[in-house]
Design a protein around this ligand. Structure first.
Ligand SMILES: C[S@@+](CC[C@H](N)C(=O)[O-])C[C@H]1O[C@@H](n2cnc3c(N)ncnc32)[C@H](O)[C@@H]1O
Length: 274
C-alpha cells in the first residue's frame, strides 16, 4: 500500500492497474535484458503525470509510469520526463527526489510535441563506443498523440510502448473525426490517406482499423509490424468497454520476446518471478 504523501495525485480508473502491471513488467525485462548489450539505457516518458494516481472511488494509490520505471532492478542510466501541467510536474519532481534521489533525471516542462527538440537534446549522443538505447512510453489521455513527434525521436535507437487510447476517444467522437474537419487522427497517424482506406474497408470496426493504421505508420519508420493480437486490449473493469490498446514498437526482434512475456504473464506477475 502506498501512503498518501500530501502531494497531488490525479484520479485514475481502476483499469489503470492493468496498464501499470504491464508497463512495470516491460520496464523490468527491458532494463535488465538490455543492460549488457548497450552502454546506456534511457527511459523517456512523454506524458509523465504526477508519479502517483488514486483509483476513483477508493483510497488506493498507485505508482504511475515514471515511478515504476525508477523502481526497476537495474535502473536506466538516464530518465527524461515531460509533463504539460506545472502542478503535476512539481509533484512528480518532489516524489522522484524523495524516492530515487540518485537517479539521473531531466524534466521537460510543457507540451511534448512542441518541446520535442528539448526532449531530443536530453538523449545522450550515441557512438560506436557509447551505444545508447531508449525506451519511450507514450501515454496520453486520448488519441491525441502526434506521429510527427515519434518520428522525430525515431532517428535514434528507440523502442516505443504506446497506449492507443482509441476506444475512449475515437469511438465517442467518430462523426467528428471521420466526417468533420478534425485533423486529430491525421496527426496521430501522420497521414490523411487513412480516410480513403477506411471507406475501402467498409467502415467496419474503427477501433481495430486505427490500431492497424498506427502500426502501419510505425512500419514506415522501420518498426516491425505489430499485429492486433500482439497488442494488449485493456477494457474498463466496470462496463467491460474497450478502452485502449497497449502496443510495443521496436525495430529489433529481441524486444518482442520481452513483450510476449508481458502478454503472457502481465495478468499475473507472480508466475514470472516465481
Ligand atoms: C494518461 S496521463 C498519463 C500519466 C502517466 N503516464 C502515468 O502513468 O501516471 C496523461 C498525462 O499527460 C499530460 N499531458 C497531456 N497532454 C500533454 C502533452 N501534450 N505533453 C505532455 N504532457 C501532456 C497530462 O497532464 C497527464 O498528466
Amino acid at each position: 500500500m502506498i501512503e498518501d504523501d500530501g502531494l497531488i495525485y490525479p484520479e485514475v480508473g481502476s483499469w489503470a492497474e492493468e496498464k501499470y502491471r504491464l508497463l512495470s513488467l516491460y520496464d523490468e525485462l527491458f532494463s535488465t535484458g538490455m543492460k549488457h548489450k548497450w552502454d546506456q539505457r534511457v527511459y523517456i516518458d512523454l506524458y509523465a503525470g504526477a508519479g502517483y494516481g488514486k483509483i476513483k472511488g477508493s483510497k488506493k494509490i498507485l505508482k504511475g509510469s515514471p515511478l515504476l520505471s525508477l523502481g526497476v532492478t537495474h535502473p536506466f542510466d538516464k530518465y527524461i520526463f515531460c509533463e504539460k501541467s506545472p502542478d503535476l510536474l512539481a509533484a512528480l519532481t518532489a516524489r522522484v527526489d524523495r524516492i530515487a534521489p540518485q537517479a539521473q533525471v531531466a524534466y521537460v516542462p510543457g507540451d511534448c510535441d512542441s518541446k520535442i527538440a528539448d526532449i531530443c537534446k536530453e538523449i545522450p549522443k550515441g557512438s560506436p563506443s557509447n551505444k545508447v538505447l531508449s525506451l519511450c512510453v507514450v501515454d496520453p489521455f486520448d488519441f491525441g498523440l502526434k506521429f510527427e513527434t515519434l518520428k522525430k525521436l525515431s532517428v535514434v535507437y528507440i523502442d516505443f510502448v504506446v497506449l492507443l487510447a482509441i476506444g475512449m476517444d475515437a469511438n465517442r467522437n467518430y462523426d467528428h473525426y471521420v466526417d468533420g474537419n478534425s485533423s486529430k487522427i491525421d496527426e496521430a497517424l501522420g497521414n490523411e490517406e487513412w480516410r480513403e482506406r477506411w471507406k475501402a474497408a467498409g467502415r467496419r470496426d474503427f477501433r481495430r482499423f486505427l490500431a492497424q493504421e498506427f502500426s502501419m505508420s510505425m512500419q514506415s519508420l522501420g518498426y516491425l509490424e505489430q499485429p492486433l493480437d500482439r497488442m494488449k486490449l485493456v477494457k474498463s473493469t466496470e462496463k467491460n468497454l474497450s478502452l485502449y490498446y497497449i502496443a510495443l514498437f521496436s525495430r529489433n526482434k529481441t524486444a518482442y520476446k520481452f513483450w510476449d512475456e508481458v502478454l503472457k504473464y502481465g495478468t499475473d506477475q507472480q508466475s514470472l518471478f516465481g
